[in-house]
Write a protein that binds this ligand. Structure first.
Ligand code: CO
Length: 294
């Protein structure tokens, strides 16, 4: 390389480093803040718009912040890696951030409830806190973390009803459900709040309470003849496409159809709705504002 070119390259590098420093340190050379967004993940390509939407809205809400991603599901990470699209686990993502010199990290879980997956994220963050590498690492709350959150999520869920819905047609929402102690009660509370707002808005879960039986019984009692099946999940992934809208005998569509209820699935993940993402980002904002406060 000629001397002149070398000098130019060094100057460019110096300028870049100065910019990076300015962006990261905000005047304090001992602080480098970063954000880690964590979801369960999906291997279904059609479910990607939901995560793209989260990423877009997070970048708009926290302009200039360094945003990293991790998926909690080992099975999904394995599938993606086999396709040549590797995504980090929360542990690997945090180890990389430590290596890259981050001092203060805000972790946001894009889970719905404080269930098994969310608590795993909290434990991972606690391990890194224990290692003492980061000066501060905190985790934002999941979507349904309080009464107001549930109300906002219900408002969005009801807004997902197709415009042509008639008053005697039911909205059947499919949530995930949880075995984690107490976490299912959030779905039971959400189901109650949905029904307060719309007598034919029914929420069930695939893997917990309320069950599909509860939904079917409510439909029969109200003599429902048609239902829209709508995900109460962040992405329209495997559960939505198979357990909710699939053609297998035990899918929600098949079970309800067998009861004489015509079904029309809506294949939109709730994370495609900006008003739901805003709830998570409010939780992230609370953690972000609390970073490096001392
Ligand atoms: Co599941």
């Amino acid at each position: 390389m000629k001397a002149q070119a070398l000098v130019a390259a060094v100057l460019t590098l110096a300028a870049t480093l100065t910019q990076v420093k300015a962006a990261h340190h905000e005047g304090d050379p001992s602080v480098k803040k970063g954000i880690l967004l964590v979801t369960f993940g999906t291997s279904v390509p059609e479910a990607q718009p939901a995560f793209k939407n989260i990423d877009r809205l997070a970048r708009a809400r926290f302009p200039g912040a360094d945003i990293h991603w991790a998926f909690t599901s080992r099975m999904i990470r394995k599938k993606l890696a086999a396709r040549g699209e590797p995504v980090d686990s929360p542990t690997v993502a945090l180890a990389n951030m430590l290596e890259q010199g981050y001092t203060h990290v805000a972790v946001q879980s894009f889970h719905f409830i404080p269930g098994v997956e969310f608590h795993e994220v909290v434990r991972t963050a606690a391990r890194f806190r224990g290692l003492g590498g980061f000066k501060q690492i905190d985790v934002g709350l999941p979507l349904l973390a309080g009464y107001d959150d549930v109300g906002r999520a219900c408002a969005t869920a009801l807004s997902m009803a197709p415009a042509g819905r008639k008053p005697d047609e039911a909205l059947v929402f499919m949530g995930h459900g949880s075995e984690h102690h107490g976490a299912d009660l959030i779905y039971v509370a959400t189901a109650a709040m949905l029904r307060e707002r719309d007598a034919l808005a029914l929420l069930g879960t695939v893997e917990g309470h309320p069950t599909l039986d509860v939904v079917v019984a409510a439909c029969k009692k109200a003599n429902v003849k048609k239902a829209y099946l709508i995900p109460f999940m962040s992405v329209a992934g495997d559960h939505v496409r198979n357990d909710m809208a699939g053609d297998e005998d035990d899918s929600w569509k098949s079970v309800l159809t067998a009861q004489g209820i015509a079904c029309e699935p809506v294949l939109t993940g709730m994370a495609e709705c900006d008003t739901v993402v805003a709830i998570w980002l409010d939780h992230l904002d609370a953690v972000w504002k609390g970073l490096a406060a001392d």
